[in-house]
Every structure is written in C-alpha cells, then in structure tokens.
Design a protein around this ligand. Structure first.
Ligand SMILES: Cc1cc2nc3c(=O)[nH]c(=O)nc-3n(C[C@H](O)[C@H](O)[C@H](O)COP(=O)(O)O)c2cc1C
Length: 268
C-alpha cells in the first residue's frame, strides 16, 4: 500500500479544505441554534429601554425597585400599530412582527420628507408605527413612542415616554447612537436623563411641540422654562438633533395625530 504523504501539496489542500468545511458547518450550526436566543435577548432589551424611558425600571438594574422583572413590568403594557397620518389604530397588522425602521426604508410603506419637513434628518418616514401603552384600572398611565433622528455622527434611536396627561414628559432614552463618548454620548448620562421627567411637551397656546434644549435656562418663574432641558455641553450638534427628533416625532408628521386622538378619547 502506498504510504500517506502528509506533506504533499495535494493532501495539505485536502486537509485544509476539510477543516474549513467542518468549521463552517459548526459555526453556521451554532448561529442557527442561537438565533431564537438572540431574538429573545433583543426583544428583552427593547422592553428594558421602553420601561426605562417610562421611569419604571432603574437605569442600572434589570428589576424594579419593588423587585419585579422586565417581563412582569412589560406585561402591563399593550403594544399597538398606529397609522401615523390619521392617528388611528390598525388592528390588522401584527405588532410583534412589524418593524417601523425597516418600513421607513420601503417606498411602498413610507413617505419622502421635504427638507422643510425633515427636521430630524430621516429622509423617509414610515406610514405606520408602534406605540406602547400602560393603563391602570382602565385609565391611560403612560404612552411610550419610538423616536429617532440624526445627531452629529449618525442616527440616535430611542424611546420617549409621556405621562397620563400626554403633555408631561416622563423620560427619554436612547438605545443606539454613534455620538462621541463624553460629548454627544452624554445623552446616556443618567444625570442628564433625570432632567427630562416633568418637561412640558406642547405649547399651551399653539398646541405644537415646544421642547427646547438650551445652554441657559429661563428663571423657573417664567412659564417658558417648563419646556426647557439643559443642552449637552460641547455637543451643540447632538443637542440640536435631540431637540429636533423629540419635536418631530411628537408633531404632525410623527405621533401628533395619534396623541391628539388619544387625548380626546382619554378625556371622555
Ligand atoms: C473628536 C470630536 C468629536 C466630537 N463629537 C461631537 C458629538 O458627539 N456631538 C456634538 O454635538 N459635537 C461633537 N463634536 C463637535 C464639537 O464638540 C463642536 O465644537 C461642538 O458641537 C460645539 O459645541 P459648543 O457650541 O457647545 O462648543 C466633536 C468634535 C470633535 C473634534
């Protein structure tokens, strides 16, 4: 029998090829097996972001102050699909599988925004999005909406939560952005985030979103101060981006029509 020459060029290639095949089968097998776990982790992460924006979960913990888990807390929310133009619920679309950000990239599921409309630099806005509602004894307690907009280096993605009056901000948090740590990245600073709860959203006279991020706040006695949040120092572009995205998504082209409808129905 001919002796196996392990150093021959042909055999070296065969061994390398087999090794590559075995490794790729193992890696793709693991990737497929872990996909459900990855998706579950992603869903859990989004729930945490929503709960944190709503002030129901501490920034640095996965359980509430009274020991409840993310899934327990999130079970009190209902998720709805909303037509952004009319502000009506769309029951026929499955909220669990609908992805507003993907929809915004599809011309059939989104509208192009003109330069004047596009204050958050989105280019396109999805026709349909998601809202997260917590009710207590049948009454609206919190509304959380997804928000996004351009900062300096890229798009910031987050959630804005409103209190039951749909006028007072309950919190704002970003789960993804590319701003510089220490500058625009201070959007993640818990101390800055703590300055959001209580800020008033809509101008009482015009009804338009009126949040302003300012370097110098008005005196508290001035009614205008209730719309103000501290700007991020050394991060004028990120600051402007945050102000624009909050006002865009709560305005007529964002969730404004839905919020107006919800206000009307909650008041009855
Ligand atoms: C490396 C580097 C990173 C920066 N990152 C940010 C940022 O994340 N957000 C931002 O608004 N500006 C960022 N800037 C821009 C400057 O900080 C810019 O001067 C600043 O936005 C002006 O703010 P000011 O008017 O408060 O000084 C960055 C600049 C440099 C050089």
């Amino acid at each position: 029998m001919a002796e196996f020459d392990k150093d021959s060029l042909r055999n070296t290639f065969i061994v390398a090829l087999l090794l590559c095949l075995v490794c790729s089968v193992i890696v793709s097998g693991i990737a497929v097996a872990l996909k459900p776990q990855q998706q579950a982790n992603k869903a859990l992460d989004q729930k945490q972001n929503i709960l944190r924006a709503a002030g129901l979960l501490p920034q640095n913990s996965n359980v509430s102050e009274d020991g409840r888990t993310v899934n327990e807390l999130f079970a009190e929310f209902s998720v709805h699909v909303v037509d952004l133009e009319t502000g009506e619920y769309l029951e026929e679309i499955d909220a669990d599988s609908f992805d507003p950000i993907r929809a915004a990239k599809d011309p059939a599921m989104s509208i192009a925004l003109s330069a004047e409309q596009d204050i958050a630099t989105l280019r396109r806005r999805e026709n349909v999005s998601l809202v997260y509602i917590k009710r207590e004894e049948g009454r609206l307690a919190k509304l959380v909406i997804p928000v996004r907009g351009y900062g300096l280096w890229g798009t910031l993605f987050g959630y804005l939560a409103l209190d039951a009056d749909l006028q007072t901000i309950s919190g704002l948090g970003f789960y993804s952005h590319r701003e510089t740590p220490g500058l625009g990245g201070e959007v993640d600073n818990p101390r800055w985030k703590q300055t959001w709860p209580g800020v008033q959203l809509f101008d009482l006279e015009s009804g338009e979103p009126a949040v302003q991020l300012v370097k110098r706040r008005l005196p508290e006695s001035n009614p205008g101060s209730s719309y103000e949040v501290d700007a991020l120092s050394g991060a004028t572009f990120t600051t402007r981006g945050v102000q624009n995205l909050v006002n865009f998504w709560t305005g007529d082209l964002g969730f404004g029509p839905f919020i107006a409808r919800l206000k009307a129905t909650s008041a009855t």
